[in-house]
Design a protein. Structure first.
Length: 276
């Protein structure tokens, strides 16, 4: 039961601090977790604190390894979280959800693959950085969203303002544009959504960046990434799907799920709340 009774305390009220606490304890236990989502962008982009780019961070998202599912479940139990019991039983081979009831916050853990509008396999990418997914992967998690929202605009613009493009994963503070181009060259659907969103974000720059110099920097990086994507040789699979084009939908629209509830059986909830 979720008591946090292993000397680890209860979830912290501050979401950013709590995300860092989780990573610290996971690392100590050799559990491989890496941040993605808004908190990851907040930690990797100083510009996310600027007035026009700042936003609220409610939940915490991670990617972990499927083979460590049991260790991840134990970790969050010890950290004081309540599991989404039914969801985890039905979907635990790909995704786990835990709730912090007191702070009305939830934690999502994607196992191996991140699957929303498009599927991205991160199982071999988790050791490239010690805190978050690599920058290129983080950017892709936002650019793969077909119906982008205010938070995607803010996160991506801050991200591109702060980070140059690179050609490898070795330069951890540069976005590996070559990697993004390779992935999109084999998946027409991903290519379509990513390039569509780059155009949308470019058009919106004036609403988020008051400085024309900052706008120029981000626009230049968008255009450089777009050029890299277009120039990458496309696979046979990409070309075959491109023939169909927009006649068939190329993305998924995941259902919204913001539930933060204690989904354990009543008897277990009562037991966990009883005086020790």
């Amino acid at each position: 039961m979720s008591s946090g009774g292993n000397g680890l305390g209860q979830p912290l009220p501050d979401t950013v601090e709590e995300a860092q606490r989780i990573i610290k304890v996971a690392t100590e236990r050799d559990v491989l977790l890496r941040l993605l989502g808004g908190i990851a962008f907040r930690l990797r982009s100083p510009s996310s604190l600027e007035a026009n780019l700042r936003r609220k961070y409610v939940d915490v998202d991670f990617v972990g390894l499927r083979k460590q599912r049991k260790e991840i479940q134990q970790l969050f139990d010890d950290l004081g979280y309540t599991p989404r019991t039914t969801f985890n039983a039905m979907n635990g081979h790909t995704r786990l959800i835990f709730n912090d009831i007191k702070n009305e916050r939830r934690v999502d853990i994607f196992l191996n693959e991140f699957e929303m509008c498009h599927k991205l396999d991160f199982s071999n990418r988790l050791k490239l950085d010690s805190l978050t997914l690599p920058l290129a992967d983080l950017l892709l998690t936002k650019l793969q969203v077909f119906e982008i929202t205010e938070r995607e605009y803010r996160d991506v613009i801050a991200f591109l303002k702060d980070h140059e493009l690179g050609e490898s994963d070795e330069l951890t503070e540069k976005i590996n544009a070559k990697y993004i181009a390779k992935l999109t060259s084999d998946d027409w659907g991903l290519y379509k959504t990513v390039t569509l969103n780059l155009g949308r974000i470019e058009e919106a720059l004036g609403a988020y960046l008051p400085s024309s110099d900052d706008q120029s920097v981000v626009k230049s990086r968008i255009n450089s990434l777009r050029k890299k994507i277009e120039e990458e040789p496309k696979s046979f699979r990409w070309k075959m799907r491109a023939r169909i084009g927009e006649k068939v939908r190329w993305y998924e629209l995941p259902e919204a799920d913001r539930e933060v509830v204690d989904s354990r059986p009543v008897t277990e909830r009562l037991a966990s709340s009883s005086p020790s």
